[in-house]
Design a protein around this ligand. Sequence first.
Ligand code: HEM
Length: 456
Amino acid sequence: MNAHRASAPTGGGCPLHDAAFAADPRQVYEKLRAEGAAGAVELAPGIEGTLVVDHGTALQVLRNTELFPRDSRRWRDLVEGRIAADNPLLPMLGYRPNTMFSDGSTHLRLRKAVTDSLAKLNMSRIRRDVEPIADHLLDQFSERGRADLLSDYAKLLPLLLFNKLFGCPADIGDTLTSSMSAIFDGRDPLRANEELTACLMELIALKRRRPGDDITSWLIQHPSGLTDAELNDQLVMMMGAGVEPERNLIGNTLLLMLSSSGGHDSGPQIEEAMDHVLWNATPIANYAAHYPVQDVDFGGHIAEANTPVLISFAGANGDPRLAEARGNQSKGAHLAWGAGPHACPAKDPAQVIASAAIERLLNALPDLSLAVPEQELRWRPGPFHRALVSLPVNFSPSPANRMAAHRPQPAPGEDRQPHAAQRDASGTGGAGGTGSTREPARKKGFWSTFLDVFRA
Ligand code: HEM
């Protein structure tokens, strides 16, 4: 890899946005690898970039922040107005003032606040928090004998858990869940983004007044002294960076455990299956967009200055030089969590969440099986993720009574419904505890329904 002065023609990159890529991304990584460490790709129709597929080169790019900054305001096509405001790449690549898009001392300051706050998460508590949420979701479909584990379980569990980890009261949690889902599903994303910002500002104000044992309060209290706007940006980023890949880590691991090679009795154990997925069905497949300060020669392919250079975490994991580590499923060598200064600061909690969610599901529905042949499952198109469209399963129906075990037992003669003051003190209480002015008759969302069931 050499910094290079001359510019070279671009165009004709392998598409990463079409159905063929979603169906078989490996053939694209192999084609690029046959040509060199990196090659030209089309990120969206008409929008070119470079994808690094060689493991060693990926590490060099990820670690060299001077030659490869993250700030996407450098992106030449964007600066020169060739990318429309509604281009589907912008939610993932458009600049936001958060750790992902910052460099140098700004990145250090923001990242320290994020990593120190995430480090306060207690792994046993996460497991304990996952269980009632998993049980609540299981109760919604276990009597049916069939479900789509993506939309009925893997998609909702991280969203609801994040409400808990970020200390959301009922009404804020409802808006957070609905706006995040709308953003991920591309339903009126601009309006959803406004709603998300407003409800996070409300959460920040609440936690400034009344801190709790949650990530939002820890971020606020961090010595970096983040402003409200900075807090908002880091919270959005943590939720975005967490929810979607978490869903896919759960979904892809479940698929492996249920697929013909596995079958969840005879197949791999959860941790083993998760390691296999991190190597071979990497949830964040291609990301870490860098904008080199000058033209760079990747051994034949030239990435021009200020054009996106993405890392293929999935492609690098398939590098033939890693065959032995891959065979042993060695945890250290794969790039599923990124590497360098922007590596995922949440890999431990992320794995605990996924494994607790999978364990609870498999214990509750022991005869779970795929409802369609594995070859009929479809993968969501898009350059960044490795994500199933759906995961239909069948199982023996069972009664929807799991939440009963989580309800606090009232003392003899005591009212079952906790008083408003108790809800308030829990930090996840009803709208009355937030100082919110919202209408009391507001339609209940996922989070307040869960809290209600939990308390009923
Ligand atoms: C609890 C859930 C998660 C949270 C809160 C979280 C949070 C984050 C944050 C804050 C960053 C940005 C760090 C920085 O720019 O300095 C990041 C990066 C990253 N995360 Fe996570 N993450 C979570 C789950 C996951 C999962 C499940 C995966 C995939 C297996 C993943 C893979 C990555 C990767 C590859 C990067 C590096 C991206 C880049 O270099 O641009 N994360 N994560």
